[in-house]
Design a protein around this ligand. Structure first.
Ligand code: C5P
Length: 304
């Protein structure tokens, strides 16, 4: 028997980063939006746990037990007294190490797929608990749509969205390490004299204007209220992102931002027609490796 699950990428329309906590994570106000770029995770019964991956960036995907898909199968198996004897195939379309939760998508997808393959029937709460153990962004990959993430991003509240938002994504050459970007954010804060702990940095809060823009589905209002506290750190580590952001703005994007910890850049546009124009301009600019056009919100991990 085989089960395939489709899981979307995400963009953070607000990523407010609080001080570094004693456990090394940062408290967040993280507004996630699931967008229509997908990985497909297929699990098949096998003699032992193995992973394969196909797609343009497949060579950069680890095929060992560090892959979140493998860790998901192990975690679900451990809770249900089951050896994870599965082959996991990842058809990868989400940029790797790009700030779009591609690894998290594979974790959530493998978890849902193994649950279906094994007939575990784990309640949603248990699946969300396992997702939170796997990583801060994994619960959102399961849930999709739009949600506010508190804590380190794993405590989710679904958000109402009154329309479809159109996006262009510029994929950079190579990835950025999420821990390195958070560390650079801390370093920049200390260097500017504010300090980086919870005593120094205000508690992160969701923007009321941004939540209202999502609720009404208004792209101009959303463009005016998006923010990403990791952007300066991502640009500091990858200065060439400045040219990509400028190219999108000059081409008429309503907002230009780094997606999560980067280095993918995200451009909010008015509609599908302007998405094509901005995408063509970004492609011609020579400032990125690939350009993707999509929209959101879309549903979370779904068994096909
Ligand atoms: O949770 P996840 O494994 O995806 O986090 C990867 C790394 O990103 C963490 O080890 C930490 O360095 C950083 N991080 C953080 N604060 C968060 C989420 C992630 O500092 N809220």
């Amino acid at each position: 028997m085989t089960v395939t699950v489709r899981v979307p990428a995400k963009v953070n329309v607000q990523l407010a980063v609080g001080g570094v906590r004693p456990d090394g994570f940062h408290d967040l106000a993280n507004v996630f939006l699931a967008v229509g770029l997908y990985d497909e995770i297929t699990v098949t019964e096998a003699d032992e746990l193995t992973i394969t991956c196909a797609g343009p960036d497949a060579a950069q995907v680890p095929l060992d037990a560090t892959n979140l898909a493998a860790r998901a199968a192990l975690a679900l198996g451990a809770r249900h007294g089951r050896e994870p004897r599965v082959h996991i195939h990842i058809a990868k379309d989400i940029p790797v190490a790009g700030g779009m939760a591609g690894g998290s998508a594979d974790g959530a997808g493998a978890l849902l797929a193994c649950d279906a393959l094994w007939g575990t029937g784990a309640p949603r709460e248990e699946l969300l608990d396992i997702c939170a153990e796997l990583g801060s962004d994994v619960p959102f990959s399961l849930v999709g749509g739009a949600a506010l993430g508190r804590g380190r991003g794993e405590i989710l509240t679904p958000l109402p969205v009154g329309g479809t938002f159109h996006w262009v994504f510029a994929v950079a050459d190579g990835g950025l390490s999420t821990p390195a970007v958070y560390a650079e954010c801390d370093r920049l804060r200390v260097a500017s004299g504010t300090g980086a702990t919870s005593a120094d940095v205000p508690d992160p809060e969701p923007s009321p204007a941004l939540l209202e823009a999502l609720r009404t589905g208004d792209p101009l209002a959303l463009a005016a209220s998006v923010s990403n506290d990791l952007q300066a750190a991502a640009v500091s580590l990858r200065p060439s992102l400045t040219a990509t952001l400028s190219a999108g703005t000059e081409a008429g994007a309503l907002a230009a931002m780094v997606s999560g910890s980067g280095p993918t850049t995200a451009f909010l546009v008015q509609d599908a027609e302007s998405a094509e124009k901005v995408a063509a301009a970004l492609s011609a600019s020579g400032t990125c490796r690939a350009v993707r056009v999509t929209s959101g919100p879309v549903a979370g991990a779904t068994v096909l």
